[in-house]
Every structure is written in structure tokens, then in C-alpha cells.
Design a protein around this ligand. Structure first.
Ligand code: PRP
Ligand code: URA
Length: 211
């Protein structure tokens, strides 16, 4: 589904894998593998609008025309901690991408984002950015990360999350309507503690076995 700069990946493999992730009985190991696999599958849709240019190559049989990705290189920027789990699945498909890190946690009382680390490629301005974080809840962390990326010169940013909710989508769209959002699932709502319902719980804890 695509609407207002929001794309929800509608694919049987993604739907089935997200369901496995939601299951409270899914182990830490399996959870990590699913994050990795879904991120790779989403990459197909996230990069759909990359421009290509025609090139000439020679096969063992004859000369022919083919394509290469045109223009800017990419950067994959995870929001720590949980975003780290999404990097490898995308990096395998775009191996020339540089990887930056933004550390943000959500204050448990206020639910407001707190930045604690920022290490970005020095040539960020000339790269298309894929910002990754499995959860788009209040949207505070993603809005903060986009603000940091823009301050550091990023011009074209895409946001990829596994599970989002209307409140988070609205927060990002209100602040940065030009940033396309890609989700594997759009859930119902936030609960009174700022968790996505039905969601999958705390993505960082499930990914790293903390709690
Ligand atoms: C989680 C998640 C997002 C954020 C989403 O991180 O990985 O970064 O919450 O919530 P928001 O949209 O309301 O800002 P958390 O703060 O739990 O940190 P962690 O990844 O280190 O566990
Ligand atoms: N962060 C998470 O990890 N899960 C939620 O449901 C909301 C924020």
C-alpha cells in the first residue's frame, strides 16, 4: 500500500515473518534472523525509485546494453540499539553503502528521545540515506534522527521501520513530509506506555536478550 509518502510492504513473506517476530515465544536468535531477513526483503521496495543509467558491457557472447545505479551512493544509518539489527540485510544488497550510527534512547518517563552518540560518514551530503529503526512508535526517535542527519548535510533521506503506528507516521510526516516512510506493518495504535499495539514489545530487548 502506498499513501502520502508511506509505503506498507504488502508481501506474503513479510507478513508471515512479522507474525513470527510478534510471537512472544520467538527466541532471541530467531528474532534477530527475522529482523535481518525482513530488512533485506524491504530493501527491494525502499530502493525501487533509484535511478539507473544505461551502460554497455560485453557478455561472453556479444556486446549488450545493461544498467548501473546512477548518481549518489547510499548510506545506511541505524538508530541504536535496535536499528543495528536491520543493517546487515540491507548492506548485503547495497555493499557500497557506508554505515553511520546515531545513538538515541527513549526516556522511560517522558518518552522523549535522548541522543548519546553520532558518528556519520564525512561525505553524507552526497549520499542517499536509508535511516533504519525497527519501531516507529511516538516517532520522537526518528524525528530526532532526521533532524541530526539534516544538520549534518543529508539531503535525501528514506526511513525504514518494521512496525509502525499512525501516531509515529503522523509525527514524521508533520515534521518532515518529504521523507518517505517504509513499514513492514502498520499497527493500530500506541498504548498508555508508548508501546505499539499489537506490536512486538521492546525491539532492543528482544533483539539482544536484555530485560
Ligand atoms: C526503541 C526503538 C526506537 C524507539 C521508538 O528504542 O528501537 O528507537 O524506541 O520509539 P519512539 O518512536 O517513541 O521514539 P529504545 O528507546 O527502546 O532504545 P534501544 O533500541 O536502545 O532499546
Ligand atoms: N519501542 C519499542 O521497542 N517498542 C515499542 O512498541 C515502542 C517503542
Amino acid at each position: 500500500m502506498q499513501k502520502n509518502n508511506l509505503t506498507v510492504i504488502n508481501h506474503p513473506l513479510v507478513k508471515a515473518k512479522i507474525t513470527q517476530m510478534r510471537d512472544r515465544n520467538t527466541t532471541t536468535k530467531m528474532f534477530g534472523e527475522l529482523v535481518d531477513e525482513i530488512s533485506g526483503l524491504m530493501c527491494y521496495e525502499i530502493t525501487r525509485d533509484l535511478e539507473t543509467e544505461e551502460i554497455e558491457i560485453e557478455t561472453p557472447i556479444t556486446k549488450t546494453k545493461g544498467y548501473k545505479i546512477k548518481g549518489n551512493d547510499m548510506a545506511i544509518i541505524p538508530i541504536l540499539r535496535a536499528g543495528l539489527g536491520m543493517v546487515e540485510g540491507i548492506h548485503q544488497l547495497i555493499p557500497t553503502a557506508k554505515i553511520g550510527h546515531i545513538g538515541i534512547y527513549r526516556d522511560h518517563e517522558t518518552l522523549l528521545p535522548v541522543e548519546y552518540l553520532c558518528k556519520l560518514p564525512s561525505d553524507l551530503a552526497s549520499r542517499d540515506v536509508i535511516l533504519v529503526d525497527p519501531m516507529l512508535a511516538t516517532g520522537g526517535s526518528s524525528v530526532k534522527a532526521i533532524e541530526i542527519l539534516k544538520k549534518n548535510g543529508a539531503k535525501k533521506i528514506r526511513l525504514a521501520s518494521l512496525v509502525g503506528c499512525p501516531e509515529g507516521v503522523k509525527a514524521v510526516h508533520d515534521a518532515y513530509p518529504e521523507v518517505p516512510i517504509y513499514l513492514a506493518a502498520l499497527d493500530e495504535r500506541l498504548d498508555e506506555n508508548g508501546y505499539i499495539v499489537p506490536g512486538l514489545g521492546d525491539a532492543g530487548d528482544r533483539l539482544y536478550g536484555t530485560k
